[in-house]
Write a protein that binds this ligand. Structure first.
Ligand code: SAM
Length: 234
């Protein structure tokens, strides 16, 4: 089974693409965009948003969670745009009291996320898993709010910023904190860490800042630097 090895050496498991494909077929998702796109394209905006892959920022978010484990103990945590949900799973492993994870597609939740929860030795009900768009999430959560909101690679598309910001605003407690890990720039859909921070500033609800130096990787690595964005209420 594939695994994500964190800097500490801790291993988080996720099911392989063949198992995901078999799950999608067996569980009634043969006609789902996620199944059709699997292996062809990273995402199809507003239909399949890439949740069946483990994206690069996941490791940075998981390292951050491990390094700050004491801040998660006994807390309630929500992962937005979870896909694999490895950060949510890790949060539970290191002592978060209550953990929820949301993905856009029910095919992702039912055929990837849930299996990853089990693959890491957690029970089916140990995380609350939700399929919802960010527009619909406030309705699903009702008045529930969390101490901590986490997300990896969710700000690549500027047209989702309003809904993503609203989902955080609705789900984060007054004294809560959100950590979003993202690339500095994305190709294609206009998103970037800086454009997102400008958007946050324009709304006036959260103080947004990049914490820690950007991860630029070594010379052999391609791609843009990755940053950890922290949001706290103003
Ligand atoms: C690029 S994937 C990242 C998945 C995972 N967090 C990772 O880093 O491996 C983007 C995720 O954002 C979520 N997403 C994107 N647009 C969304 C929207 N409009 N409503 C809800 N979720 C959305 C999807 O659930 C998808 O899993």
């Amino acid at each position: 089974m594939p695994l994500l090895r964190l800097t500490s050496g801790r291993e988080l498991h996720f099911i392989d693409e063949e198992t995901v494909k078999a799950n999608l077929q067996e569980r009634g998702f043969e006609n789902d965009t996620a199944f059709i796109q699997l292996g062809h394209s990273d995402l199809e905006p507003n239909q399949y948003e890439g949740g069946l892959k483990v994206w690069e920022c996941t490791k940075i978010l998981c390292d951050f969670i491990e390094d700050n484990a004491e801040r998660f103990q006994g807390k309630s945590v929500l992962e937005l745009g979870c896909g694999s949900a490895l950060p949510a799973i890790l949060s539970k492993e290191i002592g978060a009291e209550e953990v929820a994870a949301q993905d856009f597609n029910s095919s992702v939740i039912d055929c990837f996320t849930l299996d990853n929860v089990l693959a890491n030795g957690l029970s089916k009900g140990s995380l609350k898993l939700m399929a919802a768009s960010w527009v619909d999430l406030p309705g699903q959560l009702s008045n529930k709010s969390f101490d901590i909101v986490i997300a990896s690679e969710t700000i690549y598309n500027t047209s989702n910023y309003e809904a993503f910001h609203l989902a955080i605003d609705h789900s984060l407690k007054e004294d809560g904190v959100a950590w979003i890990v993202a690339k500095e720039f994305y190709f294609g859909l206009g998103g970037s860490a800086f454009v997102f921070l400008d958007f946050v500033k324009s709304k006036g609800i959260f103080k947004g800042e990049i914490i820690d130096p950007p991860r630029r990787g070594n010379d052999s690595e391609q791609g843009y630097a990755k940053v950890i964005i922290q949001l706290t209420r103003r």
